[in-house]
Ligand binder design. Structure first.
Ligand code: SF4
Ligand code: SF4
Length: 229
């Protein structure tokens, strides 16, 4: 289970400041169960953005947004609606947002923050990973997570040590910040790099005290205990 919660609406509207139209995607997996990005929340977001003056070109809620092949297949009937949008807003966890950003040739924005439940970090069979930082930065990084794509989890830019596109710490891995740079360049968004000024709020990365009494938290803990045995 990956827990996500919607970002404040003001933050989402600020992301869309320069975009007149948007296509909204949701997820019937963890995001629906989190109450952050199922069909109901997608419809509510469509209404709110329309009232805020944005043109919503279409919506799509997919069973699991963490699968790129599924995303491409599900969007086949929505190609015109996606093409008509300036950006795609994704209401789900960081993995789903990254998967959509890899599958769709559009600026892709996160509508949710992925919250640390105290268990395993967000993983799926695809290459996307999420450290559940509670302050999703994917708007600024072309939909590639700097915490997981960069070996040092740098959020303010490259360390400068990459060699021929490979990480100085792990030469078998692509440099995450070169991937981010190349994605932003390809989508005409290099100005985003100027956004990366604030250090991470580490309080948001820790499980919140109020979550520790929830059944979801207990399930994550029991899962960790089973893995440790
Ligand atoms: S920035 Fe990365 S770690 Fe943080 S919520 Fe987004 S995908 Fe997850
Ligand atoms: S070389 Fe790239 S991926 Fe590796 S630590 Fe430096 S910025 Fe991060």
């Amino acid at each position: 289970m990956i827990l996500s919660e919607q970002k404040p609406f003001d933050e989402i509207v600020a992301y869309l400041e320069k975009d007149k139209s948007v296509f909204i995607m949701g997820c019937k997996g963890c995001a629906q169960s989190s109450g952050s990005g199922g069909p109901k929340q997608v419809e509510e977001m469509k209404k709110k953005l329309t009232e805020a003056g944005k043109k919503v070109t279409g919506t799509k809620t997919v069973d699991f947004l963490c699968g790129k092949a599924l995303i491409k297949s599900e969007l086949k009937g929505k190609i015109d609606q996606v093409a008509a949008a300036d950006a795609v807003l994704v209401l789900t966890c960081g993995i789903g947002v990254q998967a959509v950003a890899a599958a769709v040739n559009k600026p892709v924005y996160p509508g949710c923050n992925t919250v640390n439940l105290g268990g395993s970090r967000g993983e799926w069979e695809g290459s996307e990973r999420c450290n559940e930082c509670g302050q999703c930065l994917l708007y600024h990084t072309g939909g590639i997570c700097p915490l997981t794509a960069c070996t040092k989890s740098l959020v303010s830019g490259a360390c400068g040590g990459a060699n021929k596109g490979k990480c100085e710490v792990s030469p078998d891995r692509d440099c995450g910040w070169e991937l981010i740079y190349n994605r932003l360049k390809a989508r005409g968004q290099l100005n985003r790099l100027a956004d990366m000024l604030k250090p991470l709020d580490h309080k948001k990365i820790m499980p919140r005290p109020e979550m520790m009494s929830t059944s979801r938290y207990a399930l994550e803990q029991s899962d960790q205990e089973v893995k440790a045995q």
